[in-house]
Design a protein around this ligand. Structure first.
Ligand code: BGC
Length: 419
């Protein structure tokens, strides 16, 4: 056991076979735009900031609060329009491709080639971190959106059974309600509603998810099963408290942490909040895949997209990219963030049980063809279509339209956004 641990630590410490770190900068600065402002997110970002600072690189922080990153993308547009983009920007999937098309992003080829990123970063991520065959972004992690975070005491009080399917999930939520707590902690923001929808749609099967969100098949988007999916969303809404409107996701996590609510459906960044609060998986909280989605994963990956910068800033930018892809950083950062490494060769030794499960689930889903980009988090469709889906999902969640109307509007909204 000790031997295994030591090997794991050594590997995570940078001795991954074939890996050698690069030094580009002694000094210089990076300006970094991101939306990691919650307690858990800030703690994770600090790991990167400290690593760069230890190499003499100055960190200029540009935080733009707002889960899911919509506000950050608006702030970025203003900076690029003014001709003054930051060095590095946290970004997701199709947004990265959209910026690349504008011709404003940098080129990380030098560091990616030297460090062999092609061999260790999964293709599903390369599809977005590269444009026209060139590396333009450094993937930090892989998150997934089909998780449920459950307060352990509340679960025990509700009969201790981890729900394995929709009916058991509903039964658990009913018991929590009877026990006098808010069953489902949720914040009424479009991206959070869409995060629930990701999981609910996936619970009708991977073919259904793919047909709806990857292929955008009108018959699937407007069919009976989609009406059923919306009915499930309506049922979930009935377990949310009345003050949910506008609530930030981390405040919803806090309700579960404090035992005021039983569970939260959220990506694994939520785990960062539980850890920051000193809680332990298995003891204080439980992580399960959203019932009915076991074996499948809807992923998103935070990437630092690099912008074209002057020669004076290039070395620090390459240093940041190199640091992000180093195996020891991938381990230490993701342990805090709640996500899993963006490289396939990082040992899981330092991760807790939820992290180990996340790493295993990702590898298995990838191998069995059950890994799909998250619609809610920019990896299934471009922003225009994503926002069109958000709009329908949120109006339905708020009770403005019924399930049949929602499925019908989904077809029209997607068609209009596709143009
Ligand atoms: C990002 C996470 C972040 C979450 C909430 C997601 O889109 O991928 O890194 O923690 O939004 O802000």
């Amino acid at each position: 056991m000790l031997r295994k641990l030591l090997i794991g630590t050594m590997l995570a410490g940078g001795l991954v076979a074939g890996y050698s770190a690069t030094t580009y900068a002694a000094g210089g600065s990076v300006e970094v735009l991101h939306w990691w402002t919650s307690g858990g997110e800030a703690a994770a970002l600090d790991v990167l900031k400290k690593k760069l600072e230890s190499q003499g690189v100055t960190w200029k922080d540009m935080p733009v609060a707002g889960g899911g990153g919509e506000q950050a993308m608006t702030a970025l547009r203003a900076r690029v329009t003014a001709g003054d983009p930051p060095t590095a920007v946290q970004a997701l999937g199709f947004d990265i491709t959209d910026w690349a098309k504008q011709g404003v992003v940098g080129d990380l080829g030098e560091v990616a080639d030297k460090e062999g990123w092609d061999k260790v970063i999964p293709t599903a991520l390369q599809n977005f971190a590269k444009y026209d065959g060139k590396w333009i972004a450094a993937p930090v992690n892989v998150h997934s959106t089909n998780w449920v975070w459950i307060n352990k005491k509340a679960l025990d009080a509700a009969g201790s059974k981890e729900p394995a399917n929709w009916d058991e999930f509903v039964a658990m939520l009913d018991k929590m309600k009877a026990n006098g707590i808010t069953p489902l902690a949720h914040g009424g923001q479009a991206w959070q509603d869409a995060t629930l929808f990701d999981a609910v749609v996936l619970s009708f099967g991977t073919d259904f998810y793919k047909s709806a969100f990857i292929d955008l098949d009108p018959a699937t988007l407007g069919g009976d099963k989609m009406v059923e999916a919306f009915d499930r969303m309506k049922k979930l809404r009935s377990y949310v408290d009345d003050d949910f409107s506008g609530r930030d996701w981390n405040l919803a996590s806090a309700m579960v942490i404090q035992g005021k609510a039983g569970a939260q459906m959220m990506g694994d960044w939520a785990k960062g909040e539980f850890l920051k609060a000193g809680q332990k998986p298995g003891t204080d909280f439980v992580c399960i895949r959203f019932p009915g989605t076991q074996g499948a994963v809807t992923f998103n990956s935070d990437m630092f997209m690099m912008f074209k910068v002057g020669d004076d800033k290039k070395a620090a930018q390459l240093q940041m990219a190199s640091d992000i892809e180093s195996p020891d950083f991938q381990s230490s950062f993701n342990v805090v963030k709640g996500s899993v490494p963006a490289r396939t060769d990082v040992p899981d030794t330092a991760f807790d049980d939820c992290g180990k499960k996340g790493i295993k689930d990702l590898a298995e889903a990838n191998a069995s063809g059950k890994l799909f980009g998250s619609m809610a988090h920019g990896y299934a469709v471009p922003a225009a279509i994503k926002n069109a889906i958000y709009d329908v999902v949120t109006r339905h969640f708020n009770g403005d339209i019924d399930s049949k109307e929602a499925a019908k509007e989904l077809v029209d909204a997607v068609a209009a956004a596709k143009g």
